[in-house]
Design a protein around this ligand. Structure first.
Ligand SMILES: Nc1ncnc2c1ncn2[C@@H]1O[C@H](COP(=O)(O)OP(=O)(O)OP(=O)(O)O)[C@@H](O)[C@H]1O
Length: 269
């Protein structure tokens, strides 16, 4: 079995007297989809916020092993986790630039790469070939992702005009344009209709299988989680109560107990 892409060890996050995450350990493999599930308030987003540098964990080690080497994320600042460790994320609420075009949203995602190629503006200003090549490559990458998410014809529309499901896919494309090794998605299926959920499944599977990217997925929609996850980690009240493949997790008594009383069909995929 390959080494983990990210290893979370003894993660604990306290907010004053509240223990949001309590000694949680798990690993996510490269080229696989790992879901983090659990009832509301279980601590899922807090795990993401620790991995992506929004919060400094109270205790714990978060080791990412990507093409660029090994990174201890708990010691890095948020922007370094994106730029150096190559971890990208999306949020529960859509955070596109609604007034910018669809294409521009994907270009903004490549801002850092373009700034580097511009020699922090000088080469860009004089129209140097190296900058022009980087810019053309950025447009090409953006267009490739628009084609993959079925939005190439909408490239020049304001992102805010797109239907909800298309905006969700655009957010994922935007994260992919940063060329991550780990993609963290916080409830990407929230608010999607069944057709859009199916399109999302297809997109995430292609990111795993075609791009070979590891995906960490927080999701309440079990038709997404149970269909596409390779591994599922279950949290409840900040603790890990189970992990395994979809079949094992679905039949785990501790998981069924945690979901009882929330929604009787919550675990049906
Ligand atoms: N910045 C914060 N300050 C204080 N408490 C927080 C903070 N962030 C999260 N919490 C608390 O930590 C606990 C876990 O919250 P978290 O948002 O991680 O849960 P979740 O599993 O993502 O929930 P949901 O499915 O509803 O999004 C909750 O009790 C929440 O109120």
């Amino acid at each position: 079995m390959s080494a983990p892409l990210i290893e979370v060890e003894h993660l604990t996050m306290r907010f004053g007297g509240l223990v949001a995450i309590d000694d949680v350990s798990f690993a996510a493999r490269p080229k696989s989809i790992t879901a983090i599930i659990g009832p509301n308030g279980a601590g899922k987003t807090t795990v993401f916020n620790c991995i992506t540098g929004f919060y400094k964990p109270t205790v714990g080690r978060l080791t990412l092993r990507g093409a660029g080497g090994e990174f201890l994320l708990e010691r890095m600042r948020g922007h370094e986790i994106g730029q150096k460790a190559k971890v990208a994320r999306t949020f529960q609420n859509i955070r596109l630039f609604p007034g910018m075009t669809v294409l521009e949203n994907l270009m903004v995602a490549q801002h850092n790469k373009l700034m580097r190629a511009s020699g922090w503006s000088l080469l860009g200003l004089v129209g140097a070939g190296s900058f022009q090549r980087a810019e053309a490559a950025a447009v090409e990458l953006a267009r490739l992702w628009l084609e993959r998410i079925g939005l190439l014809a909408d490239a020049d529309r304001p992102a805010g005009e797109l239907p909800y499901g298309a905006q969700r896919r655009l957010e994922i494309a935007r994260a992919m344009c940063t060329e991550p090794v780990l993609l963290c998605l916080d409830e990407p299926a929230a608010g999607l209709n069944p057709r859009e959920s199916a399109e999302l499944n297809h997109l995430l599977v292609s990111i795993r299988d075609r791009d070979g990217i590891g995906v960490l997925l927080i999701e309440h929609d079990m038709s997404v989680v149970m269909n596409i996850s390779d591994h599922i980690v279950v949290l409840d009240y900040g603790r890990k109560i189970a992990e395994g493949d979809p079949q094992a997790v679905r039949n785990d008594p501790a998981v069924i107990r945690a979901y009882l009383g929330t929604d009787e069909e919550a675990l049906d995929g």
